[in-house]
Design a protein around this ligand. Sequence first.
Ligand code: SF4
Length: 329
Amino acid sequence: MRLAERDRWRYPTDNKTHVNFQTANLMTSLPQYSISSSCPEAFLPVSRSQVDQGTIKFCQATKDGFEIESVIIPMGAEDHAWKTLCVSSQIGCARGCTFCQTGRMGFIRNLTANEIVGQAHAARVRFGAQIRNVVFMGMGEPLDNLDHVVAAVRLFHEDRKHPVARRRITISTVGKCAGIRRLSRLGWKRLGLAVSLNAPNDEIRSQIMPINQTDPMDQLHEAIRSYPIRGGGHVLIEYVLLKELNDQPDHARELAEYLKGLRTCVNLIPWNPCEGMAFETPDEETIDRFQQILMEAGQLAFQRHTKGRNAMGACGQLGNPALRLAKKA
Ligand code: SF4
């Protein structure tokens, strides 16, 4: 998708800001893109917000009647000044992962670069958030909306007033190999990549992630291996633990074997319960054992402490049930 003229970013609080992006040498179809004065998207109203243990989930109402969901996550202690902002790149998602609330919405539309960066603006203006990191882990598959996502990364990085360095930005993908390769060709060694793997083998992955039918794990392995990462960096492997489906010791051993030869760090995420889904969350002992097996095999692994579960702002929980119902009607 190419960016339209109407997508030029207009920034309301700093009339001096003006950035042009020369794209001639980049492996993307983006046209020149500029930041100048006044940004309508920055004022998209915050329609709802919910706080849980310092985590703030908020929604901005779009002009076409949908909602953009974002989550402000404290770094470290609840009252820590610096925050990580989890942004959405789409409304809904076409990828249909069976454990994910957003996947159940189906795809509604892509967000523009302005709407993506506007989430950070709303977080700062409405909630006073000091944003240190940006993660594309909200609604949507970022690599299905790559032009706008790449433009948004540039806008974050080159913002004169509130820059977010590329090394502090992470793109999370369902494992779309062509998109990872395209991202690689940008040559941005300091842009973080996270891959949502969630299974130790093709059989299990295909059950829960339809992408695996077109982008199986051997191809994904190759795409991850070729992703440029800075000196001591790693590709983050996200692994949602689903009771008895992918959380057993044999699964951990198989996962460790699969990751051999890759510079990766595994983020173990206990599944966040969502209404109407048949999965269950493993107990702590199972999760600890899974982590231990990975570490004994020489694989970096940590557990994500789930924040925002009560606010439905935790991993895989974004998505507006009302929009889902409206879409079905
Ligand atoms: S896990 Fe990510 S890619 Fe899969 S359906 Fe959910 S939002 Fe889409």
